[in-house]
Design a protein around this ligand. Structure first.
Ligand SMILES: *Cc1c(COP(=O)(O)O)cnc(C)c1O
Length: 458
């Protein structure tokens, strides 16, 4: 291990069970080879997602008991609003039940039919919430991000030539806003540099374009800035976060990640017009503007979690635990996305299973095979997640066909990481024996959640 030991000790434990080989085989078939459809009790180590899976601290649990469940004006909302001011520097906060609630309010307000939204790589729910009001998300991430082997330290960066290309091709009026994700999930948890954010602000000011962040993993992004960007080596994380946010017109935020809670979200801005519009629509879709779909106790946990998740000591432990798992795999020659990202290790399924065609969904196949081998639950992040082209209806096969091993925050020990790595290394040794899948059920929206597959005999 190369990182620091855990900056906490364990007060409460939850037993987990390793199901038998027979049960694992049955369970993955019952789930249509889709790990989203597995019962959680059939899972031993759950690396499906880092979303809503964090362990809360004693401080957060204590805060839950101070939930003010008034319908209007709950004091926990004001605590949340103050935490957002302190950590992110935004004056206005609109609470939502989770991140996609905030995306819905923000994007349906900003996007007009026929407009495009350039973004440093799509995210599933973000893409849908741009498409529903008639927009289209287009990619503006640097090319390095599409290459799993490239070790660029800030693979989440915006490529200004691509952005300029969209402006030239569509005209500024057709650009709804510029969307920047922090610590880009679909690229492998890869950060954006402060320099890139600063330049983007200047660039967008010239065209009077708004910049909206998907700030969901901004604290982890801030850690990477401190670790990798010259001039920030000793800057407190909160100062880094505030500078990052100062280059935007607002953000959406899924609290289920860096805020170390199980549910919640918000949007935040200093822009009065955005605030007015979204505070007005929140009451239709989420709830009153002082709870937005969260209980008072949940808002308190988010407020405290936003603070805790921005502590340098915690982030250092967090990022290094993810790195530990990634390095175990890399040392054994397993193909993973480099550099190792903030919230997850991504397996390169195209290299892991080169004998499968794209139509046999290599990442979906690998994710199911890992479960069957070890009861470790992972997630496909490739063509199944990407979906179909909204205009042509064709499957899109993105350059990255990945399996994500997402590490919940403060939940698993390094022994769990070692068990996971050993299983995947074993599977890699017998990779030729893994047969592909065909999709036999495809839902209309966000198909990766509910699609079902059958095994194609080798
Ligand atoms: C999770 C996530 C969302 C959506 O948030 P939910 O809380 O799951 O609704 C949006 N953007 C990114 C980058 C995410 O990781």
């Amino acid at each position: 291990m190369n990182g620091p030991a855990e900056p906490f000790k364990i007060k409460v434990v939850e037993p987990v069970n390793l199901p038998s080989e027979k049960r694992r085989k049955e369970a993955i078939r019952e789930a249509g080879f889709n790990t989203f459809l597995l019962l959680s009790e059939d899972v031993y180590i759950d690396l499906l997602t880092d979303s809503g899976t964090s362990a809360m601290s004693d401080n957060q649990w204590a805060g839950m008991m101070l939930g003010d469940e008034a319908y209007a004006g709950s004091k926990n909302f004001y605590n949340l609003e103050n935490a957002v001011k302190d950590i992110l520097g935004f004056k206005y906060t609109v609470p939502t039940h989770q991140g996609r609630g905030a995306e819905h309010l923000m994007y349906s307000h900003l996007v007009k039919p026929g407009q495009i939204v350039p973004r440093n790589m799509y995210f599933t729910t973000s893409k849908v919430h741009v498409e529903l009001p008639g927009g289209k998300m287009v990619d503006m991430i640097i090319d390095e991000a599409h290459d799993p082997e490239n070790t660029h330290p800030f693979k989440g960066n915006v490529d200004f030539n691509k952005l300029q290309g969209y402006i030239d091709e569509y005209g500024v009026d057709k650009i709804s806003f510029v969307n920047v994700e922090m610590d880009v999930n679909m690229a492998g948890g890869q950060p954006v540099s402060m320099e890139n954010l600063r330049k983007l602000r200047e660039f967008c000011d010239d065209y009077k374009l708004k910049i909206i962040y998907d700030a969901t993993r901004s604290s982890e992004n801030a850690y990477f800035i401190r670790e990798r960007e010259k001039g920030y080596e000793n800057t407190p994380i909160i100062e880094i976060l505030r500078e990052m946010m100062s280059y935007s017109d607002g953000c959406i935020y899924s609290s289920k990640k860096d805020c170390l809670v199980n549910i919640g979200g918000f949007l935040a801005t200093n822009n009065e017009e955005i605030f007015e519009a979204t505070r007005s629509s929140v009451v239709i879709y989420e709830g009153l503007h002082t709870y937005g779909g969260m209980a008072g106790r949940d808002m308190e946990a988010v407020a405290r979690g936003l603070q805790e998740g921005a502590q340098y000591k915690y982030l250092k432990y967090r990022i290094n635990q993810v790195r530990y798992l990634g390095e175990l795999l890399m040392k054994a020659g397993v193909p993973i996305v480099k550099p190792i990202g903030g919230h997850a290790v991504f397996l390169n399924a195209l290299k892991f299973l080169p004998h499968l065609s794209r139509e046999q969904w290599p990442a979906q196949t690998l994710s199911a095979a890992i479960y069957e081998d070890s009861a470790v639950r992972t997630m496909e992040r490739g063509a199944v997640s990407k979906g179909r082209d909204s205009q042509t209806g064709e499957n899109i096969f993105p350059a990255l066909e990945l399996v994500r091993l997402t590490i919940p925050r403060r939940v698993y020990t390094n022994t769990h990481m070692e068990y996971t790595a050993n299983s995947i290394i074993n599977l890699y040794k017998k990779r030729d024996s893994i047969s592909g899948l065909k999709m036999v059920y495809e839902p209309k929206y966000l198909r990766f959640f509910q699609a079902r597959f059958e095994q194609i005999p080798l």
